[in-house]
Design a protein around this ligand. Structure first.
Ligand SMILES: [Zn+2]
Length: 222
């Protein structure tokens, strides 16, 4: 997997998706997760999905240059490359999903404290602690291949529920003892609003029966 500095366009898209679809705390807490000085007016425009807000954010980002220390970049790469094969193998053992990282780019993002995924790329915040780096990379990578799997199995349900199940699945996976040894000190986090569905779904989870888990869960959520 290649590591590159994140382009501003992708930072902007990540921040917009996050604010529009995943951020439900009040404006004051935004600075805990996003390091760009977004004023309340702009925040509200983005939340509404306004095109003006989109342009304004990109302009703001173009004026803002956060640096990443070479030392941090080196540490992140070393950590990942040292564990890459083992992590991907463990995911394959548990889920049967073969993650091929050849065409995936990991963008290093000094502008947020978040992880994101796109079609062929993930974004990793360089403001997180080293102990969480493997956890976040594996999380975002798994999302990409999870969606490819869902497509292959032709599973369909409403978008909101699909998203909830994808998060719960990654959560269940990352909690497995064979996985936890890669991130023993990371807090494995589930969005509080997903806890109810989690209770319903977790009984479907059996190691090495991943396709069945997905199919059963799609049925029980439909
Ligand atoms: Zn996620």
């Amino acid at each position: 997997m290649l590591f590159k500095l994140i382009p501003k366009k992708i930072v902007s898209q990540n921040i917009i998706d996050f604010i529009r679809f995943h951020y439900n705390k009040d404006f004051g807490k935004l600075k805990d997760v996003i390091k760009v000085d977004i004023k309340k007016g702009l925040f509200l425009k983005i939340k509404k999905g306004s095109r003006v807000g989109r342009k304004e954010l990109l302009r703001l980002l173009k004026k803002n240059h956060e640096r990443i220390s070479q030392d941090k970049i080196r540490k992140i790469k070393t950590l990942w490359y040292r564990n890459e094969i083992k992590i991907l193998k463990t995911i394959k053992n548990i889920t049967g999903i073969k993650i091929s990282i050849k065409k995936i780019t990991c963008y290093l993002d000094p502008y947020t404290k978040l992880g994101f995924y796109g079609k062929n790329h993930i974004s990793l915040s360089t403001n997180i602690k080293l102990k969480d780096v493997l956890f976040v990379i594996a999380h975002e990578l798994f999302h990409i291949f999870y969606w490819r799997k869902i497509k292959k199995l032709s599973l369909k349900m409403n978008k909101e529920k699909e998203w909830i199940l994808s998060e719960i699945t990654v959560y269940l996976l990352q909690k497995q003892p064979e996985m936890k040894r890669f991130w023993p000190k990371s807090k494995i986090y589930l969005y509080p609003e997903l806890k109810k569905v989690y209770k319903l779904i977790k009984r479907n989870w059996k190691p090495n029966e991943f396709n069945n888990f997905l199919i059963k869960s799609y049925y029980s959520l439909k």
